[in-house]
Each structure stands twice: as C-alpha cells, then as structure tokens.
Write a protein that binds this ligand. Structure first.
Ligand code: GKE
Length: 355
C-alpha cells in the first residue's frame, strides 16, 4: 500500500503549528482533534458553539473556544494564526433532523462562507471542508438497487433539499477560492459516518446509532419489538469514524486532490433490514419489526463509488460494518447504562431554533 502524506509527515507542518478544528464539540470534529493530538500536535484550537459541558469529547491540552462561527467576527477570531483549518461545523443530523429542519441546515452556509474568507485573509495554508453524499443528484438514488455514486454524479445538480444544497454550494466556494485565489482547499463527501461518541438519542441520530439504541431499549423494556422507519428496504453504506478521520487527514494533505470533491465512504452496501439483523445478532436477540412508513426515509438507496479514492490514495475506508457496529453497539450500551444509573451523558445536540 502507498504511504500517503498525513499531518505528521507533511513537510509544510510543524508540530507546534496551529491547527483549527471547527465543530470540535461534535462527533467527527472531536474525533479529529483526538487524532491530531495523538499525532503529537501541541497547538490545536477546538471551536464549537455548544457550551463546553455539552461537547462530545474533550481532548486535554487543546485550546477551547465556544463561539458561533456563523458570525463573521467569530470566524475571524477563530482562524487567527491557523496554519490548517478543518471545517466540521454544521447544524446537522440524521434523516429525522435534516428532513425537518431545512432552514437550519441551509444556514450552515454562513459558517463555511465566513470561515473560508477569514482563513484566506489569515494566510491559512490548507482548508478542509466536510461535504456530504447528500450533495449528489437525488434522481440517481430512487432505487435500493443502487449504482454507486461517483464524484461526477453531483451534476447536473438536484441535491437533497436544504442540507444537500448547502453542501454543494459550500463545495463550490472551496473550489473557487483555489481557482481564483490559490488557496489550497480539500473537500470530502462523507457517506453516513458512525461510531463511538456519535449522537445516539435526541432526534439527530442516524440509523446505526438509532437502531442500536432501539434494540437496547427493546431488550431493557422487554417489549420484544422495534420500530423501523420506512419498509427497511432502503440501502446505505456506513463509514466507521476512524476511517473518516484518517481519510480527512490523507485527503487534506494530498496535492492531487486540491479543490477536488471526493467520496469518503464505505462501499459495503446494506439494507436497513440487514443492519437491524446485524445489530440483533450482536445483541443476541430477535425482535418483532414494526415499520413506520410515514417516517423520514431520505433517498431509496445510496452507495459510495470508491474508484477515484483508490486511484489517488490507493486506500479506501475498510472497517467492516460488523466490526464497527460491534464497537458502536457496545459503546451505546454503556452510555445507556450510565444514563439509567443517573450518570451524565452528553452525546445529544439539542435542536435550537430561534424564538
Ligand atoms: N435516523 C434513523 N432512525 N433512520 C432510520 C431509523 C431510525 O430509527 N429507522 C430506519 N431508518 C432509515 C431512514 O429512514 C433512512 O432511510 C435510513 O435509515 C438512513 O437514515 P439516516 O442514517 O438517518 O440518514 P441518511 O443516510 O438518509 O442521510 C444521511 O446521509 C449522510 C450522508 O450519507 C444524512 O442524514 C446526513 O447526515 C449525512 O450527510
């Protein structure tokens, strides 16, 4: 396998150079901060609008700023002195959130717009933007028997309402800041990221965490039943968090991927019914399935075509769903038990609406 450049092997980056992670209080941002900390970086600035007690993870020795990056002056303050900027900040969640709160999702465009301009003015060397598979043309995702999405399938554009359009336009900002102003940007389209430290209750959780929690609840309550959104035939691929953060690191430091959107996802396709069976198997239980057909379903099928990432990086996310789900299920189970025992658990991002 090829050895790709990552932050710790980048010739442009010293261990005490300032790395800014926006959205560091969330799932992926927090995991990315941990990754850089473990690589020996000593000057990491972690920014999130959530108050510190609500951060999903806190990494010792990092500078913490609690501020809303959709405000321009906060974005300017956040990037001061940053050599690299990683934008993981967005108001987002699983289907239950993004189908219902499209305005909140669209408003995340303010974060990237201000942060990118501020980073450019501050002389930041590299800027990473977290895009999504929701940027792809939805008319290509109407059948559970999917043809995996390749990067060119975003155009002609017909992204998912709200969330997907915000991602697509923010991608374009990143592309043009390089084309017109020469700033090195990197753009990854994430395919449904899951793992320990992700949201698992409260309304923003995605299918892997939601199904895990529901199986745990069914066992705990003795109900013997589970509610599944849709008819369970929808298909998806799910990417384990460690593949995601490793992928971000490689993509950001690859000179062949500047300002070039690329899939960052697993190519292991499953139906939601298969995901439920897998979690049942991990938990050692068999449940009666109740299908809620009017629940948020999103697209009928979606998978990641990894031809491009394999070609450029000679790598693709490869944690099997089974291995990742075992870790995720066990982590959610311990969180569930802690919460039941009256201990504080924080992986819920409250839905904050004005007024
Ligand atoms: N969240 C959730 N909770 N989904 C469920 C549940 C449940 O209890 N039961 C079944 N599902 C089904 C949903 O109806 C949907 O068809 C499928 O699982 C996946 O839902 P999801 O994990 O919430 O999110 P999506 O894959 O549809 O969309 C996510 O895609 C990512 C990119 O691939 C988005 O929410 C984005 O967060 C993200 O960019």
């Amino acid at each position: 396998m090829k050895t790709n450049v990552i932050a710790s092997t980048s010739p442009d980056l010293k261990k005490n150079d300032l790395i800014l992670v926006a959205g560091a209080g969330g799932f992926i941002g927090g995991s990315l901060v941990r990754r850089f900390h473990e690589q020996g970086f000593t000057n990491i600035r972690a920014v999130d609008k959530k108050p510190l007690p609500q951060w999903y993870q806190r990494v010792p020795g990092t500078e913490v700023l609690c501020m809303d990056l959709s405000e321009n002056e906060n974005a300017i303050r956040a990037v001061e002195g940053a050599v690299e900027v990683y934008n993981l900040a967005a108001d987002m969640g699983g289907m239950g959130f993004i189908e219902r709160f499209r305005v909140e999702c669209l408003r995340s465009i303010l974060i990237n717009t201000h942060l990118l301009e501020a980073a450019y003015r501050a002389g930041t060397q590299r800027y990473f933007f977290s895009s999504s598979a929701c940027a792809y043309n939805t008319t290509l995702q109407t059948d559970p028997n999917v043809v995996a999405l390749k990067e060119s399938d975003a155009y002609p554009a017909m992204a998912e309402r709200g969330y997907g359009w915000e991602k697509l336009v923010s991608e374009m900002f990143c592309e043009e800041y390089y084309a017109e102003r020469g700033m090195k940007t990197a753009i990854a389209r994430f395919h449904n990221v899951y793992g320990p430290n992700g949201t698992w209750y409260g309304g923003r959780e995605k299918a892997p965490a939601a199904i895990s929690r529901k199986v745990i609840e069914a066992i705990d309550s003795g109900s013997g039943a589970i509610e599944i959104w849709g008819d369970g035939s929808q298909t998806r691929s799910f990417m384990y968090i460690d593949d995601c953060t490793f992928g971000i690191d490689q993509i950001t430091h690859c000179e062949d991927l500047i300002a070039t959107p690329i899939n960052l996802g697993s190519a292991e396709l499953v139906s939601i019914n298969q995901l439920v069976s897998m979690v049942e198997d991990i938990a050692g239980v068999k449940l009666e399935r109740h299908y809620k057909l009017d629940a948020p379903k999103g697209v009928a099928g979606r998978n990641s075509d990894n031809t491009f990432i394999k070609e450029v990086l000679d790598w693709e996310p490869s944690t099997t769903l089974r291995a990742g789900m075992e870790k995720t299920y066990n982590w959610i189970k311990s969180q569930y038990d802690d919460r039941k025992a009256g201990k504080r658990v924080v992986t819920e991002a409250p839905v904050a609406l004005p007024g």
